[in-house]
Design a protein around this ligand. Structure first.
Ligand code: FAD
Length: 472
């Protein structure tokens, strides 16, 4: 009887898990599961405590599900990736492992770690790595010249034509093998954790949310997705980010509820699918351009932008005290819940870079330190889009006006009032410019004046980008 090891990483689920299914293929083999916590590496990456808490809760839930399948979960805690390679080798020797199964992670350091592990293990142990995290694997959606697309729309069009030829099916939960093992306590992570009240842990929760969204809200997604007060997006990102849910489950459920959606690009269902393809695009990009994992801008000349090093305005942005209500409401939503609506991520990122002229990498790092759905590829992609440093990003001369954005996407100020209680009493007409209202009323608000003048900031930013572009 051989002993197989399944190494769980960003795939904390038993449904539709390529590595787990493959490890369980032979009914007679013993299967052991493994999770490795690397707190030092998490710290370098600046992982949010709320995401660590979410990983932990989902790990406990996974341990239960695996136990019901007769699979014990081993837990290793070590500083970083180098240490994890040593520890995994030891575990393999201890259990006489014949094969290791895992789903690939595509970030530079993770790929390096996997190569290192393969090189370290004895040649009798075979590593089986699976493309599982995306609908179509990196390097499989390419231009006629065999290159990665740099523009989203042609990538998406090619993606749609390839996906219509079929993707790998959703894999069922493997059959139980043997008796339920005893649960051994998983030690606390050597990392701060926070509760995640808005996002209960567990695969069943994720699957239920997906079903409800596809049935009740996907059709109206196009109409409502940009209005933060409505809360009409799926809020599945935390589950997708750590693999409690697979993207194939999302695609197949959408197809089950809206069978023709691929032929209706103007439908809500297609628009939601389009967002899943953005997720794919950004992951494909980090494989084609690994320097993105090191936070280098895609457009090289933007390295020359002279950023504002000043600390006070960065802190005001982080704390939601800029005097721009939509920006402040959004940052407070992030700080208090670990999640922020997509439109608001675009507005707050644009504000940091284009109004405060602060290096986008500082914002990128702050987001990761707070987000429950923190994901290197999507976060880097989103930031480089907003900063006009990325591939197919907003051109640098297109600058959001935060007041106009607020008026457009939170017209009555419902979202603002929810997160900025200081503005509760401000009349609807003035909710986006409360300092003008206070001036008219002759009262003093317990809310900051705008920390920059948008028109002036716009001119400064255009100048800074122009100078960098000309190499001055
Ligand atoms: P829905 O609108 O329901 O979309 C469904 C799923 O598609 C999401 O769960 C997500 O997995 C994916 N998705 C949606 N929009 C995007 C997008 N623009 N790019 C990539 N994937 C997308 N998303 C993350 O998952 N992690 C991040 O760290 C992250 N950082 C971001 C930073 C910035 C500056 C910006 C502009 C966007 C960022 N996004 C990130 C993308 C997006 O904002 C979130 O995925 C989305 O808000 C999550 O909410 P939802 O699950 O309700 O999304």
């Amino acid at each position: 009887m051989a002993t197989q090891l399944v190494w769980f990483r960003n795939d904390l689920r038993i449904t539709d898990n390529s590595a787990l299914s493959a490890a369980c293929r032979c009914a007679d083999d013993k299967v052991i599961a493994l999770f490795v916590a690397t707190p030092e590496q998490w710290k370098n990456h600046n992982m949010a405590a709320i995401q660590a808490g979410f990983i932990r809760s989902n790990l406990l839930s996974l341990q239960h599900s695996l136990a019901a399948l007769g699979i014990p979960l081993e837990f290793i805690q070590c500083d970083d990736f180098d240490a994890s390679v040593v520890e995994i080798k030891r575990l393999c020797d201890r259990h006489g492992i014949s094969d290791i199964y895992y789903n690939k992670q595509y970030q530079v350091n993770e790929l390096r770690r996997d190569r290192q592990l393969e090189a370290t293990l004895s040649p009798d142990i075979i590593c089986h790595a699976f493309d599982d995290a995306l609908l179509l694997p990196p390097n499989s959606v390419l231009t006629g010249n065999g290159d990665m697309y740099q523009i989203f729309t042609p990538f998406r069009n090619r993606f749609v034509s390839q996906i219509q030829q079929g993707i790998q099916p959703v894999r069922p939960v493997p059959k139980a093998r043997g008796d339920k093992p005893e649960l051994t306590a998983i030690p606390e992570f050597n990392y701060p954790i926070l509760p995640h009240d808005d996002f209960p842990a567990g695969e069943q929760e994720a699957i239920q949310r997906l079903r409800t969204f596809c049935r009740e809200r996907a059709a109206d997604y196009l109409k409502h997705r940009d209005i933060p007060a409505l809360d009409m997006t799926s809020r599945l990102s935390p589950y997708l980010a750590i693999g409690v849910l697979s993207v194939r489950q999302c695609y197949n459920r959408l197809l089950a509820e809206h069978p023709d959606f691929l032929s209706h690009p103007d439908s809500g269902a297609f628009t939601w699918f389009n967002e899943l393809v953005w997720r794919e695009f950004y992951h494909h990009l980090i494989v084609a351009y690994p320097q993105l994992c090191k936070h280098r801008p895609f457009i090289e000349w933007t390295q020359g932008v002279q950023w504002n090093p000043e600390e006070a305005s960065f802190i005001a942005w982080c704390e939601g005290k800029t005097g721009y209500p939509i920006v402040d409401a959004a940052m407070r939503q992030l700080n208090q819940t670990g999640w922020m609506h997509n439109r608001l991520r675009m507005i707050t990122a644009s504000f940091l870079v284009k109004d405060l002229l602060i290096d986008w990498r500082r914002g990128e790092r702050y987001f990761i330190s707070r987000l429950i759905d923190g994901d290197l590829a999507a976060n880097n992609g989103g930031w480089q889009w907003a900063a006009s440093t990325g591939t197919d990003s907003a051109p640098y001369f297109r600058i959001f006006n935060p007041t106009t954005q607020g008026k457009r996407f939170d017209p009555q100020g419902h979202f603002i009032r929810q997160w900025v209680p200081e503005l509760q009493e401000v009349a609807e007409k003035w909710i986006h410019t409360p300092h003008l209202w206070a001036e008219k009323q002759g009262i003093e608000l317990d809310y900051p004046q705008p920390i920059v003048d948008h028109s002036q900031a716009r001119i400064n930013t255009l100048n800074a980008f122009e100078m960098a572009r000309k190499g001055m």
